[in-house]
Structures are given as C-alpha cells and as structure tokens.
Write a protein that binds this ligand. Structure first.
Ligand SMILES: [Cu+2]
Length: 319
C-alpha cells in the first residue's frame, strides 16, 4: 500500500512539474517570437509586414451618413467625481460625468444588438482606456491602489474615434489613501473591465510592472493621450486599424504648431502624423504587434510629460 501511495504521489508531482514546464516554455517561446519579430523588422527582412496609410474606410464613412449631424457635434465633459486634487479614502472610486456642449444628437449609449455605440473613453493613469457607455448608470473604479492617480476622459464615436473639440477632454488628479486595495490584482470597473496592470502581471513587453499610479504629469504642459489601437482586431476590423490620440496644450506643425506625433509599429521605421486627426493603416499580419505613439518637437526629441507622451501598446490581429 505504501508503495502505491508513493507512486501516486510521484505521478501527481510529475504532472504538476510537466504543467509548470509547459507554461514556462510557452511564455519563453512567446517572448522569443516577439524578439524575433522585432529583429526581423529592424533588419527589414522581406517577410516583414508593410503598413500603408489609407483613407478613412468606406464602412465608417457610410456609418457617418446615418448619424445625422452627430459627427459635427462639440460635446464637452464635466468631471463631477472624483474632484481634481481630491483624496479618496477607499480603493473604490466613483466616477460621475456630465455631458454638455453642442451635442447635435450625440449621446453615449450601447446598442444592444450591435454591442456598439457612442461612448466615453476613460483612462486610469496611462493604462489602456475602458469604455463608459451610459452616463446615467454608475461607473466605479475598484481596487485602485494607494497613491496618486490621474483619470482622463473624452467622448468617442462607435468606431472609437475621439471628438477633438475644446472641452471634450478632461483630466483630474486624485489620491487614494488607506484604500486597502489588493495590489496583486488589477484595478477594475464595476462592470469588471480591467483598468490597470497589477504589480504581478507582466506588461505586453514582458516586464514586471508596478501597480498603476500617476506619472508626474503637468496639466499645463503638452500632453498626448494614447487612445487607439487597443486590444484585439478580428476579420474585417483587422483590415484597417486606426491610430487615434488626444492632444492637449500642443498643436502639430501641420496645424500651425511646433509639435509632431511620431509612431512606429513593432519597433520599425518611425512615421509622423503632422495634423491632428486619426489615421488608418492597412497591411497588418496576424499576430501580436506593438504600437508606439509619441509627442516630439520639430527636432524629433520626445516632449516628456510624466511619461505619458510616449506610450507603447500591444495589440492582437487575427485575420
Ligand atoms: Cu472606444
């Protein structure tokens, strides 16, 4: 009997070890692939993905025609809660917004059939945004770590293109004190959308990251807010992928200003956006891609603002 029990234990232990080894191998394999992809692009091998800037996709132009005057609206956001420079003694932070301005029928609301609709982009610190669809329903951030944070908001269209009028963008800084958040878990919303990386979660770059907190951002200085691309793109949505961002206190050189937006994909050649509007790129290959968007001056130097003006995100393309 003793021998049998020991054998069973051994088998169980072997199985556990095998699982762990498999997981590690996968992780390493993924990292190797990412590195290989980066190297391939740097060396401009013929297999590298070639992206081209294309006009606004017809599908979106067609959708705009069904929206009446909405796309000429100038929605403005007021942050009711949390108040700028406030302290919250709780890891749950209630968000309350008011929408006004020249709305021309613009209203955030999810269409239950399509799962799409106008929505507000909500960004905790410099994490990927989450969508807030119905301003009449509550929006809470949960498990927000102690420390300083920023929240940024701007209205968006169903295809995630932001409104770029004065007052559309709002930012507040707040502090969570003695909130008791579980720092091994990410911040989420009350709808369970992940708002941040937890300290134990590897970032898309594979680095361990601290629990999300604010950068040393100066609201009076030029600020680029990364918005899109984000997440996963499948099928027809993966044909043309939009890069979209918000600019505060910074005018691009093509708009009569002194700044440029620089972007690169998979660590490849740097390209520039010189007037503030979204661009669409075609030619994506299936797999993971990194997109870096930065605010630079005319000489190409990064205009730093608490780390927010250079953001890299990983997206997944499945064609
Ligand atoms: Cu969106």
């Amino acid at each position: 009997m003793k021998i049998i029990k020991y054998a069973t234990l051994l088998v169980a232990f072997a199985a556990l070890t095998a699982c762990e080894t498999a997981t590690n191998t996968n992780t390493n394999a993924n990292r190797t692939n990412i590195n290989a992809a980066n190297m391939t692009n740097t060396n401009a091998a013929p297999t590298a993905q070639t992206l081209t800037e294309v006009p606004r996709p017809q599908k979106i132009s067609d959708e705009m025609k069904t929206r009446g005057e909405q796309d000429n609206a100038a929605p403005t956001i007021t942050v009711v809660e949390p108040k700028n420079n406030s302290t919250v003694n709780n890891s749950t932070v209630r968000v309350k917004l008011a929408l006004s301005g020249d709305l021309k029928g613009y209203k955030p609301m999810k269409d239950m059939t399509t799962g799409m609709g106008n929505h507000i982009h909500v960004i905790l610190d410099n994490q990927p945004y989450e969508a807030y669809y119905n301003l009449d329903s509550e929006f809470e951030l949960r498990n927000v770590a102690d420390g300083e944070h920023t929240l940024r908001f701007f209205p968006s269209r169903p295809w995630h293109e932001s409104y770029k009028n004065d007052g559309a963008f709002q930012m507040v800084r707040f502090t969570v004190k003695n909130g008791g958040a579980d720092t091994t878990k990410p911040a989420t919303t009350n709808a369970n959308q992940t708002m941040s990386n937890a300290s134990t979660a590897p970032t898309p770059q594979g680095k361990d990251m601290q629990t999300s907190t604010a950068g040393a951002v100066d609201m009076q200085k030029p600020l680029l807010t990364y918005s899109r691309p984000k997440g996963e793109y499948k099928g027809a949505d993966a044909e043309n992928i939009m890069i979209d961002f918000w600019l505060q206190n910074a005018k691009l050189q093509g708009d009569g200003g002194e700044y440029r937006v620089r972007y690169s994909v998979d660590g490849g050649e740097a390209k520039f956006v010189d007037s503030w509007k979204p661009i669409w790129l075609a030619g994506w290959t299936s797999g993971k891609h990194s997109v870096k968007v930065e605010l630079v001056d005319k000489a190409g130097n990064l205009v730093d603002n608490g780390g927010y003006n250079s953001t890299t995100r990983e997206i997944t393309v499945a064609k």
